[in-house]
Every structure is written in structure tokens, then in C-alpha cells.
Ligand binder design. Structure first.
Ligand SMILES: [Zn+2]
Length: 547
């Protein structure tokens, strides 16, 4: 395909606002209308579009007729690197075609920012938010984030207080560390930068409205609060989550799903509750083998979600989580990349981060981040010096500290390398797609007007058409079936036209089918054979006399 219009460059010098994401996806789609289309899954609570890029070679078939790979990013508001990484993959898929010919056979669906409202809050203020915060009913004695000192950002406030649980770190006074019995003062308490609603002047100050974690709003094993913090009111109660769930359930052709997050760098795999033994044993093995591709490309460790925690915690159970949803409800091998944080950027491995068992070890990790920052990227706006400020309620405070979206994402200077590595994983993972084909389609005259039509329906891709053992029994994935449609005037002589073939194993799964028809004199067109169902895509062949 001639590249007439250059693809827009993807800048890695800052995280994107909604307007910048929108401009990028619009420009990308306009540059390659033959390969990339922009649509929307719906609108966010605040009315922003949930951009969906569909990337495939449209001349080789419609996306809904091809095995499909879904990528989403930024479900957690602050995890802005997920958007960038998803955009990187979208751009590279276009750039590398046709050298890499995957787009002939696979449709990629990319939702770079499933949470545009939350991400806008994070990117434009630096404030503290998981996915969404409900501030509609303000409660008394509750601090709501507001820009107190007028610098356009939401940072941290520290206030001297006799009961303060923090002191300035003696080794790096920019940091606050927990106060110990023998710590000399001054003692600080810290809050997000903000104003206390209907404050009675007491010390009992709650922080913010109700929080939502959309990665606990998926339907499988959903639990209400307080059993699962952030769960929302019911599965897919959040409109953005409902939009992506409807999309995922809408087509049967998804064979892979991938989410981008930021936390200590890892390739996350199912399960998100219970134990590995809750998965089918063969699925567990295949899931691990694919995750190891991600580990090889990125250098990140493979971690089942249940084990993604520090050395002081037990295994976790995340209810209503993406991994169990994707595996148990869709029968897919689900991955999330935790793209890293500044801890990883500063040279700490995830194993080291999680090995910290004492507060002192965690404090030393933070010092390492600031030492790395001083030496390598002092212009990166990671830390805001503490600035005195007169708070209208609390009196003298200082505002400053780590800039959250920068701390809790990998450094942008390292993100191109990380995005490239996850892109290579996606190429290898996607290359395993099931691929249903029709082979050796023939029509042979067997005397007079009677023809024998034969075709072999086969899966020559790696995955079976049900993708996983779990997927085999799920009603979502209809087994492969063949529709036999005689042409005008042609009569089917066989007892059966349509055939339920059932799922086909990868590489060698096939079934040979045969029909007899009677065609009128001089007929050319005999029939159309169509294959549907499973995750291997749909194909059809027109059969003619002499064919
Ligand atoms: Zn996340």
C-alpha cells in the first residue's frame, strides 16, 4: 500500500490530554483509511468519546470476519502510559504493514483511553484518583481536592501537627517518612491538596468522595463494597465499562485481549482470585507460555494477578477483575502489562520493589528514585519543592511533593523502549490466531445435471477455534458451522445443506464436506459455501461448474 500521507509522529515528551489523544487518532485514521478506522464505543459520563481504532487491511475482508485482538489502556486514570503504549502499537501496526502481513488476516481493536474523564483529571491536575471519584454528594469534614495555592496542580499538603505521623526524611528531606518514637520534630500530617467541606475544626478529616476502581467492575465474580473496594454498584454500572463489555460480547471473533496499566513492571496473567489450580491445567500452561513471550520481550517478570503484591502481603483476590472476566467469561488468555513506575525507571526491578518487607526498605527505594532523578533527569517535573502556603482552613501548610502521574508511570524517557517491547509481544501473540480456511473446493459433474461439491474446512492457525479449553464450552463462542447456499435454480440433492462442524483444533483440525446438487442446463454458479463461528474468522467460497 503506498504511504502517501506520513503517519503522525507520536511524541513521548509529555502525557496526552483528551484533545491530544483525539487529534492523534483522527490524524492516524485519516492517513491510512484503507487500514485504520476511527469510531467510538460510546460516550463517557462527562460526554467524551471512547475512541476505538479498528486496524486491519479492509481490502482483505471486514474486521468482523477476521480473528480479532483487543487492546485497551488507561482504565485507571493516572496510568497514562497505557494510552501512549496503545497508540504506539496502533501506529506501528500501520507503519509495519505490509512488511508484517498480520493485518491481512487479523483485526486489531484498540481503545487507547477507556477512561477519558479520569485521565483528563489526572493529566491536567496531577490529582489523586483511581478510575472515578463521585463528588456529587459532598459530606461534612471531608477534604475535596482543589488547587489551594493557585499553581494549576493538585499536589500534596503537609501541615505541622503534634500528632503528625510523618517527619522529613533525615537522609533526603524532600521525602516524608513515617515518624518513629524517637524521631525529632517537626511532625507533619499530610493531605491531598484541597479544601475541607463543612469542617467542624476537628482532626477527623476524611478524604474525597466515593472512589471507583473500574478494574473491579467486570462481571465475573463481582462483589459489592465493602467486600471489594471500588466495585461500583453492580457489574458494568460504569457506562464506559458497559460499553467495552458490550463490544467484547458483541462479536464472537475475539481471540485475545490485552490491557495496559502502570504499576511495578510485570506481565500479568490470570487468575485474579483463588489459585492457579482454579484454571484448566492445559490452559494454565498455554497462558504461561504466552506470558513468557511478553517476559522475553520486555524483561518484566510474569506474575499471576493473585501474586502481584509486596512481600508483606498474602495472595490477593480481586473481585470483578479483568483477568477472571476475560478467561472465565470469554475463554481468552488475558494479559495486562504493568508498564512500570519511576521505581523501575530508577533501576529497581519489580522483584526488588516487592521484596521490601520493612518500611525502611520502601523509604530507601524512594530515595533511590530521587537520586536517579537528580543525576539523570533533573528537568523531568517529577517533584515539586515544598512551598509555604496559607491554607484558608488549616493555616500555614506547605504544598509540593511527588507529582503523582509522573511517579506512578514509567519515566517517559524509557517509555518508547517499553512500548516497542509490548508491541513485539502483541505481534507474536496475535500471530497465534486461529485461521479458518476453505481448501480444495471443487465441483465435479457426476452425470447429467448432477454435481458433487466438495470442500475442506480447516483451521490452519495455532489456536483452536475455541482458543482455550475454557472457551470450548462457552456459549459465547458458537462452534464452527458451514452454510451451504445453492445458487438460483440449483437444487440441493443431499439431505443436509448446513453442517455443524464443531470447533476445530489448531493447525491440523479439518473436516471434509460433500454435497450433491442438480443444476439447470448451462448453469455456471452452483452455490456459496460459508464458514462461520468460532474465533477463527468467517470465510466463503463461490463454487462454479468446472471449478
Ligand atoms: Zn491499573
Amino acid at each position: 500500500m503506498p504511504a502517501d500521507v506520513p503517519l503522525p509522529p507520536l511524541s513521548f515528551d509529555h502525557f496526552f490530554t483528551y484533545a491530544e489523544v483525539t487529534e492523534f487518532v483522527e490524524t492516524l485514521a485519516a492517513a491510512r483509511p484503507d487500514l485504520c478506522r476511527l469510531s467510538s464505543l460510546g460516550t463517557s459520563r462527562d460526554g467524551r468519546q471512547l475512541h476505538l481504532l479498528t486496524i486491519t487491511d479492509f481490502s482483505t475482508g471486514a474486521p468482523e470476519d477476521k480473528p480479532a485482538y483487543l487492546i485497551h489502556g488507561n482504565i485507571h486514570a493516572t496510568e497514562l502510559a497505557g494510552t501512549h503504549t496503545a497508540l504506539y502499537t496502533a501506529r506501528r501496526l500501520l507503519l509495519d504493514y505490509p512488511a508484517s502481513d498480520l493485518l491481512r488476516r487479523v483485526a486489531f481493536y484498540i481503545v487507547p483511553r477507556i477512561n477519558p474523564d479520569g485521565a483528563e483529571f489526572a493529566v491536567s491536575t496531577g490529582g489523586q484518583i483511581r478510575s472515578r471519584t463521585d463528588r456529587s454528594e459532598r459530606r461534612a469534614n471531608t477534604l475535596y481536592q482543589e488547587d489551594v495555592n493557585g499553581d494549576g496542580r493538585l499536589l500534596t499538603m503537609r501541615q505541622q501537627h503534634p500528632d503528625g505521623r510523618f517527619v522529613a526524611d533525615p537522609l533526603d528531606p524532600r521525602l516524608l517518612v513515617p515518624r518513629r518514637a524517637d524521631s525529632p520534630g517537626p511532625y507533619y500530617r499530610q493531605f491531598p491538596e484541597g479544601i475541607i467541606h463543612e469542617w467542624d475544626g476537628g482532626d477527623d478529616i476524611r478524604i474525597e468522595g466515593r472512589g471507583f476502581d473500574w478494574n473491579r467492575n467486570w462481571s465475573y465474580d463481582w462483589r459489592p463494597e465493602p467486600e471489594q473496594w471500588g466495585a461500583g454498584d453492580f457489574p458494568f454500572s460504569e457506562p464506559e465499562m458497559r460499553a467495552i463489555a458490550e463490544f467484547m460480547h458483541g462479536g464472537g471473533n475475539l481471540f485475545a485481549v490485552l490491557g495496559y496499566h502502570t504499576g511495578p513492571a510485570a506481565v500479568l496473567r490470570p487468575p485474579s482470585t483463588g489459585s492457579l489450580a482454579d484454571m484448566d491445567q492445559e490452559d494454565d500452561q498455554v497462558c504461561q507460555d504466552i506470558a513468557l513471550i511478553g517476559a522475553r520481550e520486555t524483561g518484566f517478570p510474569v506474575v499471576p494477578v493473585i501474586e502481584y503484591h509486596d512481600g508483606r502481603s498474602r495472595d490477593i483476590n480481586l473481585r470483578g477483575h479483568f483477568h477472571n472476566f476475560g478467561y472465565q467469561h470469554l475463554g481468552l488468555f488475558v494479559y495486562e502489562f504493568e508498564l512500570g513506575t519511576m521505581l523501575n525507571t530508577a533501576g529497581l526491578s519489580t522483584e526488588e520493589v516487592f521484596a521490601a518487607r520493612t518500611a525502611e526498605e520502601g523509604e530507601e527505594h524512594m530515595r533511590r528514585v530521587l537520586r536517579w532523578w537528580d543525576a539523570n533527569a533533573p528537568d523531568y517535573p517529577l517533584f515539586a519543592p515544598w512551598q509555604p502556603c496559607e491554607h484558608p482552613q488549616l493555616g500555614p501548610v506547605e504544598v509540593g511533593g511527588l507529582v503523582r502521574p509522573l511517579m506512578y508511570n514509567p519515566g517517559l524517557m524509557q517509555l518508547p523502549r517499553i512500548a516497542e517491547a509490548t508491541y513485539r509481544f502483541t505481534l507474536e501473540h496475535a500471530a497465534l490466531h486461529p485461521r479458518v480456511v476453505l481448501e480444495d473446493v471443487t465441483a465435479e459433474s457426476v452425470g447429467g445435471p448432477v454435481y458433487r461439491v466438495r470442500a475442506r474446512v480447516a483451521n490452519r492457525g495455532h489456536f483452536p477455534t475455541h482458543v482455550s479449553d475454557r472457551g470450548r464450552g462457552l456459549a459465547r463462542l458458537r462452534p464452527t458451522r458451514v452454510e451451504f447456499c445453492p445458487a438460483e435454480g440449483v437444487r440441493l440433492l443431499s439431505a443436509q445443506g448446513h453442517v455443524e462442524v464443531g470447533h476445530l483444533e489448531g493447525v491440523t483440525g479439518s473436516r471434509t464436506l460433500e454435497w450433491f446438487v442438480s443444476a439447470p442446463d448451462g448453469a455456471v454458479d452452483l452455490c456459496t459455501v460459508r464458514v462461520l463461528g468460532g474465533a477463527g474468522g468467517s470465510v466463503s467460497a463461490a463454487v462454479r461448474t468446472g471449478g
